[in-house]
Design a protein around this ligand. Structure first.
Ligand code: G3P
Ligand code: CA
Length: 240
């Protein structure tokens, strides 16, 4: 099966992360899918943003969860990257899904190192409203949260994000009932890919931006590559 190309936080070179501009461009480029991060505002809106703190990408300070949606919406999320994107505002999950709903793969990462009451239920409700259950993969470094997802909605696919190499990752993910391993690309080996496939699971490599690593992962047969540069990987896949 052809390795799928997934745009990391949108994944378009020259575009700011997790913005509507980046997601629109990813669709235009024909990526197989996108990956993005969700959190909750103080008043319970699901927003798409990576850091728990707004300081790096917005002209404010403090935690996402300590700001209301209206407060966050007043700030730019594109200006830190380039003045060309100063009108980009923090997107809601609903707004992002409107743009990417027809893509083959939609990877929603629950950024819930902090406690976000009912984030799982809220995300699943929206996934069902958009009727995209079959194309969504919910990933998280918080594996308890993924177990919660499976409990609420067993049909939804889950990807266990791993930051470092662990012993027998395929056995670990299988025992916890997950559908995929989302692994740092440097920790992926052939044995893990084969074992995961034998157990009916997928392997997703993140975040891959070097051509030598892409070629290696394409040869090894990973199922998905998450990248910041969709076009670069498209070219390499075409020549593989
Ligand atoms: O989902 C893969 C990757 O996005 C996880 O790391 O920190 O970029 O969210 P991070
Ligand atoms: Ca992410």
């Amino acid at each position: 099966m052809k390795t799928k190309i997934i745009g990391h936080r949108g994944g378009v070179a020259g575009y700011p992360e997790n913005t509507l501009a980046a997601f629109k461009k990813a669709v235009e480029l024909g990526a197989d899918g996108v990956e993005f991060d969700v959190q909750l505002t103080k008043d319970g809106e699901i927003v798409v943003i990576h850091d728990e703190f707004i300081d790096r990408t917005m002209d404010g300070s403090g935690l996402v969860k300590d700001h209301t949606f209206a407060e966050l919406r007043d700030m730019s999320v594109g200006e830190f990257f380039s003045s060309e994107f100063k009108n980009q505002k923090i997107p809601t999950l609903r707004e992002v899904l409107e743009i990417v709903k027809d893509m083959e793969i939609i990877n929603i990462e629950l950024k819930n190192h902090l406690s976000y009451p009912n984030l799982e239920t809220k995300v699943l409700k929206l996934v069902d409203e958009f009727k995209i259950r079959d194309k969504v993969i919910i990933s998280s470094f918080n594996h308890y949260s993924l177990e919660k997802i499976k409990k609420i909605q067993p049909a939804i696919k889950t990807g266990a994000l791993l930051m470092a190499k662990i012993i027998n990752p395929a056995d670990y993910a299988f025992k916890r009932g997950f559908d995929a391993l989302h692994m740092h690309f440097l920790t992926i080996d052939q044995k893990t890919i084969e074992k995961a496939h034998f157990m009916g699971m997928k392997i997703c490599a993140y975040t891959v931006n070097y051509s030598e690593s892409v070629v290696d992962l394409l040869e090894k047969g990973v199922d998905m590559i998450i990248t910041d540069n969709i076009e670069m990987i498209q070219k390499l896949r075409k020549n593989a």
